[in-house]
Design a protein around this ligand. Structure first.
Ligand SMILES: Nc1ncnc2c1ncn2[C@@H]1O[C@@H]2COP(=O)(O)O[C@H]2[C@H]1O
Length: 645
């Protein structure tokens, strides 16, 4: 009989050699315990026997850890650093109660001399894992699939979780719902549910604390659900009083056993108006009290919201990223129109600079007509940059921009937006990227568009904040880290460079005024804008790689301060998006899962070239790039019968 060459078999042989057996030991870890941290010295090889472990890496902005993969029974842990002889590449935390076999480094090295096939199998696994941690990875087969939905206050959550399960089924997956009736029916019930289904959802109401405790140690990720509709349902904003006021002690321990590292998500049930719009307020209190990783506003009976949660759970969600680019960023408005027309759902949205402004409009759930009206009034009908002043800190006073942002975005807070949103600014005080995930939207947007020298910076908490595009014009990688689904990027940063004509000193000042050219600002504005936002080639390439669908509108003739070229830019964004969507052979929601990306064939970005010799905006051709495509089980063949759970 042919020898089993799988990694699992090879590892079993390794641990079963006489020296392996003698040296190996067993350890158990309770869900939530850290096995080791990135950077720790590597001294053992582990083999996971039962449970599940999460592999975490630091975010780009060092503001938290994000999950890059999960380790399942039969798989090794810590092999990368042992083989490469480096410290551990990532942090590994038990997502559930785990049992592991442990082999000291010296014994591992000795044992593989006798079993070289193990090294080969391990190397293959390493390559696959290393790929899955890169920006544009192949199919993520090791993604979480067991989720908990726990009620945080007196709302009954089961109907909502059933609706989510229905939507997961509608995507073609097999799903099981486990509730308190499965408590005490034996540990096998969990393994069986996982073996027979693609997704397992655990549900617990508020009083079901024993079941919740057991369940929380069997799942990959937890969503807490709270009724946020009534004033009385608000948590006390003083975290010290939290356990006494809304939770019992056990809840508070379960909420965040590892600090922020394994922070759960929070689903807030919001009231809805007759037209379906949500009435959202006081989210800040919930964030202060529970410190969730992400939060979602959901209507109790809303089917679209249940569908959104189903996409988020299964990695079918869509995150849209808008680059900066001054007036060229109006192209994003056309892209939104094309995506909506094609029924592409937008579940997460982010942007930098003018891309943040358009992203903010989408996160507010404005219709195409509303976006058009607000942006025209705020930025097109008269230039926001014509309040030229004596340049103590900037060429313009910034007051017009302030007034317009206030008129159009009011006092809404980012955390109260119907859709998850973040935007970036560049912190000149600390030299770091600031990610605005909460706080007053208009202030974050003002910081995100404050080009140094053109508009006065924003000073917040003693930090000087300027245009996000100075440090990161296209935050696609951050979006990729914030959800498991597809990333659609619309990038207009490949600006035509600067047109030499636009930096000529006007021949006649009176003509310059009479023709109204002064409204765009003097030519120095173009130079400042271009200099401040000339993203490095490597950074931009990296960001583009993070997109599953990359859309690059080429609004011909639209220069970054050409506010009046609004219609041209919108049309270009619309047409390019329609074309790129038409090239797709798979639903856009599945691109990341299938490991397929669609990128236009564009020459590598070189700032010098684009600055001096504007690249031709010739028609872009798109290429489909399969990344080791493996069809999900539901596309392959008949399903196994649904277990009766
Ligand atoms: N993408 C991934 N998926 C699953 N496991 C991983 C992934 N990346 C790293 N690992 C594991 O996490 C471990 C972190 O420490 P090591 O670098 O020693 O070895 C690594 C692998 O065992």
């Amino acid at each position: 009989m042919a020898e089993d060459t799988s990694l699992e078999a090879a590892l079993a042989r390794l641990f079963n050699t006489p020296s392996g057996l003698k040296a190996a030991s067993w350890i158990t870890l309770t869900g939530g315990t850290r096995l080791f941290s990135a950077g720790d010295e590597s001294d053992h090889l582990y083999l996971l026997r039962s449970g599940r472990m999460g592999v975490f890496r630091h975010d780009d902005d060092h503001q938290g850890l994000h999950l890059i993969g999960v380790i399942k029974p039969g798989e090794p842990v810590g092999e990368m650093s042992l083989i490469a002889d480096t410290p551990h590449t990532s942090t590994v935390i038990a997502l559930r109660d785990c049992e592991l076999m442990v082999l000291p480094k010296a014994d591992f090295l000795k044992a593989i001399e006798a079993a070289p096939d193990v090294l080969l199998a391990l190397s293959k696994q390493m390559i696959e894992r290393a790929r899955s941690g890169t920006p544009r990875e192949g199919r993520r087969h090791n993604t979480p699939n067991v989720f908990a939905f726990f009620a945080l206050n007196d709302i009954i959550v089961r109907p909502l979780v059933e609706r989510i399960a229905e939507q997961v089924r509608a995507l073609g997956y097999r799903v099981a719902l486990l509730d308190k009736d499965h408590h005490g029916t034996g540990a096998d019930v969990f393994a069986e549910a996982e073996a027979n289904n693609d997704y397992v959802l655990h549900v617990a109401e508020k009083p079901e604390s024993h079941w919740r405790l057991l369940s929380s140690r069997q799942v990959d990720h937890t969503f807490w659900i709270a009724d946020a509709r009534h004033h009385s349902q608000r948590p006390h904003s003083d975290p010290a009083r939290l356990p006494a006021s809304t939770l019992n002690l056990e809840d508070s321990q379960l909420l965040d056993p590892l600090g922020l590292q394994r922070a759960p998500d929070l689903i807030l049930i919001q009231a809805q108006e007759a037209d379906g719009r949500k009435v959202i307020a006081h989210t800040r209190d919930w964030l202060d009290a529970f410190k969730p990783a992400r939060w979602f506003h959901v209507g109790e009976h809303s089917l679209p919201d249940a569908a959104r949660l189903a996409r988020i759970v299964t990695g079918h969600s869509i995150g849209v990223v808008f680059s900066g680019g001054g007036a060229r960023a109006f192209s994003h408005i056309g892209a939104v129109q094309a995506l909506r027309e094609a029924h592409v759902p937008i579940d997460f949205i982010c942007g930098s600079s003018m891309g943040a402004i358009v992203g903010g409009c989408v996160a507010l759930d404005w219709s195409d007509a509303e976006i058009d009206t607000h942006i025209r009034e705020a930025f097109v009908m008269s230039s926001p940059l014509d309040d030229v002043t004596f340049p103590f800190v900037a060429l313009t006073g910034g007051r017009k921009v302030d007034q317009r942002l206030e008129a159009h975005f009011g006092d809404v807070l980012i955390e109260d937006l119907p859709l998850p949103f973040f935007c970036l600014s560049s912190n000149l005080t600390s030299g770091t990227i600031k990610v605005h995930k909460s706080g007053r939207l208009r202030q974050a947007l003002r910081a995100s568009i404050s080009l140094p020298g053109v508009m006065p910076p924003v000073v917040e908490d003693d930090q000087v904040l300027v245009d996000g595009a100075v440090m990161r014009s296209f935050p696609a990688l951050m979006m990729r880290n914030s959800h498991l689904g597809t990333v659609i990027g619309v990038d207009v940063t490949r600006a035509k460079g600067i047109d030499p004509k636009s930096v000529h000193v006007p021949k006649s000042l009176p003509t310059w005024f009479l023709k109204g050219d002064w409204r765009k600002g003097p030519p120095i504005v173009s130079i400042l804008m271009r200099s401040a936002t000339i993203t490095t080639a490597a950074d931009l390439e990296q960001s583009r790689l993070a997109c599953d669908l990359l859309i690059i509108p080429e609004p011909e003739g639209v220069e970054i301060r050409e506010w009046h070229a609004y219609d041209l830019a919108v049309e270009s964004g619309y047409q390019t998006s329609v074309q790129s969507l038409a090239q797709l052979e798979h639903p856009v929601t599945q691109l990341r899962k299938l490991g397929i990306s669609l990128h236009p064939n564009i020459p590598a970005f070189t700032p010098d070239d684009s600055f001096l010799t504007p690249p031709r905006p010739e028609k872009l051709k798109y290429t489909l790039k399969p990344q080791g495509v493996t069809l999900p089980r539901f596309l392959k063949g008949p399903k196994k019968p649904q277990p009766k759970l």
